[in-house]
Design a protein around this ligand. Structure first.
Ligand code: 6PG
Length: 226
């Protein structure tokens, strides 16, 4: 497991810009990219679309998805569509989670689709309870050692079942990058990036095994890490 490199930006705008640089580099290089949902990455996705409107070399996955129709406002793919895909000139190959199957079967189908895939980038968020993707504190999903994707319980709002990449899938990524902003995340960030790994803080377990793990934080989120 590689240590986490911290990039501490003075404000959320510059944290988003740092994340954008990585997304753009991946879009230009091409490869397999898994994106996060949640609200934090919205601006980085918009900036990345503006900076590089050709994502045709990318195979796009979701690190996790909520089991709702893909046009539901809680859908992570909908977020990615609105902030990134709708703004591109050339589309990546998008791999939606088949949420219409229900969480268990959708996870099995996504697991199969990811067979043999090595992510060039796993782009992740951090919840203020320490979760990442839909890997919640103390979840049985954290014990998974074989499957790339599993169904997961709703650990937080929105209270819908989830489909999530597992720790082994994230660990196999060449690059794991977190984007974390805001004072509400400061304690979770300390536990995720400045403390011993623990199932109580799932993000502390999400590390590239052989590549790079980077956490991009704004000043407020990083206040306990300096
Ligand atoms: C999800 C996400 C999740 C997210 C964190 C942070 O589906 O909810 O993928 O892991 O990254 O909850 O969310 P915010 O950026 O909204 O704080």
């Amino acid at each position: 497991m590689t240590p986490v490199d911290l990039v501490i930006a003075p404000d959320p705008e510059r944290a988003a810009a740092a994340a954008t640089g990585i997304l753009v580099e991946c879009a230009r290089h091409g490869g397999h990219v898994a994106l996060a949902g949640g609200s934090t990455p919205r601006h980085a996705y918009e900036l990345a679309a503006a900076a590089e409107p050709d994502w045709s070399r990318v195979e796009l996955w979701l690190g996790d998805e909520r089991c709702v129709p893909l046009d539901d406002e809680r859908s992570n793919l909908r977020l990615v569509r609105e902030t990134l895909l709708a703004r591109l000139d050339r589309q990546p190959t998008v791999h939606p989670v088949r949420t219409e199957l229900g969480a268990v079967d959708a996870a099995a189908a996504y697991d199969e689709a990811l067979r043999g895939v090595v992510l060039d980038l796993a782009f992740l968020g951090l919840g203020d309870d320490g979760h990442t993707a839909s890997l919640f504190p103390g979840s049985p999903a954290l014990a998974e050692t074989e499957r790339r994707v599993v169904a997961a319980e709703a650990g937080l709002a929105p209270w819908v079942e989830r489909v999530t990449m597992t720790i082994p899938m994230l660990a196999s990524a060449r690059r794991v990058v977190f984007l974390v902003t805001g004072a509400a995340k400061a304690e979770a960030a300390r536990r995720a990036f400045g403390d011993v790994p623990s199932a109580e803080t799932p993000a502390s377990l999400a590390r590239s095994a052989r590549g790079e793990t980077l956490a991009i934080l704004d000043h407020e989120a990083a206040v306990n890490l300096a």
